[in-house]
Structures are given as C-alpha cells and as structure tokens.
Write a protein that binds this ligand. Structure first.
Ligand SMILES: [Zn+2]
Length: 355
C-alpha cells in the first residue's frame, strides 16, 4: 500500500471524497481515517486537513467482532485491559455492529496502538504487515490526542530533527491539559512524565507548535525581524519532532529551600549545573528518552548526530541549521530559551541511542 496525500476541506469531506471517484465503502473508510486522526469530521473546525490515503483501501473480510476479539487477546498478552486497548485504538464503536464486516481504518493505521500491537493484531487477523525493523525496541507510547494546538501535515517538509525541551512545569497531566487548551497555542509531539511514561499528543506526520521562534515583546524590531528570518530558514516546527520532558528547569535557592519560577517550594532532587540550580531529570526519563529517540531516529532515518556547535549551544548562524538532520535542544534554535538546560546529560543520550 503506497499512501497518497489528500487535502480536504471541512465542511464537506464526504462530497470531496466522492468527487475523487471513491466508492461508498471507500468513503466510509476514509471518514474513519479522518476520525482516527483528527476526531469526528462533523466536530472539526472549518479549514484544510490532510490524510494519507492508501492507494488501495483494503477491503477486509472479517467482522467487527473478530477485531474486538483480537484486540482483547493483544491486551491480555500485554497484561492490559481489553476495553482500554479498544478505546486506545479508537474502535469502541465496533461493539454497536459486532457482526458486520469490519470497515474501520486500515489495521496498519491504528495509530493509537503501538507498532508492535498493530503487528500482533494483524497477525491474529491473518494479515501481513511489513516487518518491524530489527534491533529497535519500540517503547510503550500512550496516545492522548487529538489536540487542537497543531497543524495537519508538514507543508511538504521532511522530518529532519528532534528537539528536546523541558516543560518548566509540574505534572505531565497538567501539561497535557494545557496542550489541550486552544488558548495555549503550544504543543509537542511527545511528553515524558517524571515516572518515564511516554505520552503522544500530535502524530509525527503533523506539525506541533514547540519551537516556532516567534517575535518577542521587549526585543527590538530588528531582533524580531532576525528571528523571523531564522524561523523561515530553519522551519523548526515543520521539520522537527518536539519532545517535552516534565521538569521545572531552573530553581531559585533561598537558604536551604529551592523554589520554582512560580515561587513554590520545590522538594525533589536539585542539581547545580553552570551557575544555576535545576530540577534533576529522573533515571526513568533518561531511559524512556533514549528508547524514544532511538526509535524515532530509526523510524524517520534521522542520523544520531548533534549540530556542529553542540546540541545545547545557541547557533548564531541560522544557515548552519537550515539543512541540519539530527538531535538538538530548544536553546540551540532560540536564544530566548534555556531548555533542556545545562543539567541535561547530552553525552548520556548519545551513548544510549548509539549503544
Ligand atoms: Zn522548549
């Protein structure tokens, strides 16, 4: 199945898909694809959306019940709850028509499931999917999207690099609800909780808003023009995958007590790096980050490489990053940012992903 990119407008996707000459069965499957990626079509805000249409939409011969049974089996094998996995796959509606032929999204596009889960599911249903690349562990990823703060597609740009951030915040749960708030206008593809849990909010093939180099108040007009030139040259959001790590960033020390930038006392582990104190990243976060970055590098053919001046150093020359492919920190892109901070262990990340 080679995918074909189709851009359609809301409202009226059904009419547009029909105009492409698709059959009623295929239109139904496309609408399922739209729903799986963005949510119910009738609830989407008007605008342009993009989906990858398989050139031939597979016509399955098994029933919805067969898919439900197979998903419950996958869940059981993983020690998970069947209904929870069905929900994660976006397929709970199958129970309404258990004995009808399955007409949901193609099994290999159930992005709520991990790649391994999709493969096991296909196997149980007697389908063949392309083999999982060997030697790359796929970490468990909990899908918590779709969210409003992102844009479909990448304006034709390739996925070239991975940007590491800290959230400068508390719990991952709090960050997720902020990213789900339309007023936030920010997001990232992935978020790592302090216990190492990996959440995905935006699909890799879509644009998250994590490194846009926007104009800043307090800067001169000239400086903001330079930021704009830089943004257009590097296109960080369109070319990057953003990973946020739950971490407060810099801490203020007063007597024996540390405070976050919100002036709340901080009780976790603090470390000194450079001139400041910071919240230490957890072991679980490093372990998950290494697995996630290694997997993403493999999946998108991103070389495990840092930019010439280092991953945590601001690159004055935007040109040096215009064609960069690899891994870097938000602070390398934007000189108003510190993340992931002086306390982030770049050597450990590189050793981990190349091991
Ligand atoms: Zn950042």
């Amino acid at each position: 199945m080679s995918p074909k990119t189709v851009t359609f407008k809301i409202p009226g996707p059904r009419e547009q898909l029909a105009a492409l000459g698709l059959s009623e069965q295929e239109i139904k499957q496309c609408l399922e694809l739209i729903k799986a990626k963005y949510g119910p079509p009738d609830q989407l805000t008007p605008g342009e959306y993009t989906i990858e249409l398989p050139e031939e939409i597979p016509v399955y011969t098994f029933t919805n019940q067969a898919v439900i049974t197979a998903i419950y089996r996958v869940a059981e094998e993983e020690g998970k709850e069947g209904w929870a996995l069905l929900k994660q796959a976006g397929l709970t509606h199958l129970v309404q028509n258990r004995y009808k032929t399955y007409s949901g999204p193609p099994i290999d596009q159930l992005t709520g499931l991990t790649l391994q889960e999709r493969h096991r599911l296909a196997e149980l249903l007697g389908l063949t999917l392309p083999p999982i690349p060997e030697g790359v562990e796929i970490p468990p990823i909990i899908q918590v999207g779709p969210i409003p703060n992102c844009a479909p597609g990448r304006e034709g740009n390739p996925i070239d690099f991975i940007v590491i951030h800290y959230t400068a915040g508390g719990s991952a749960k709090g960050t997720i609800s902020w990213f789900k708030n339309p007023r936030a206008r920010v997001s990232a593809h992935y978020l790592l909780a302090r216990d190492g849990t990996i959440f995905q909010l935006v699909q890799d093939e879509d644009t998250a808003w994590h490194a846009g180099i926007p104009p800043r108040r307090g800067l001169s007009e000239e400086e903001n023009l330079e930021r704009d030139r830089r943004r257009k040259l590097i296109r960080p959001n369109e070319r990057g995958i953003g990973i946020e790590i739950a971490n407060w960033g810099p801490l203020r020390k007063s007597g024996e007590v540390f405070y976050t930038w919100l002036n709340k006392p901080f009780t976790g582990e603090a470390i000194k790096a450079g001139r400041r104190y910071w919240e230490a990243y957890t072991e679980a976060q490093y372990e998950s980050l290494i697995k996630l970055v290694r997997y993403l590098c493999h999946k998108h053919s991103i070389p495990p490489a840092y930019p010439p001046e280092g991953p945590g150093t601001y690159h004055q020359e935007a040109e040096a990053l215009a064609h960069f492919r690899g891994i870097l920190g938000h602070c390398a892109l934007d000189n108003t940012k510190l993340d992931p901070g002086k306390h982030f262990d770049w050597d450990r990340l590189m050793e981990g992903i190349t091991a």
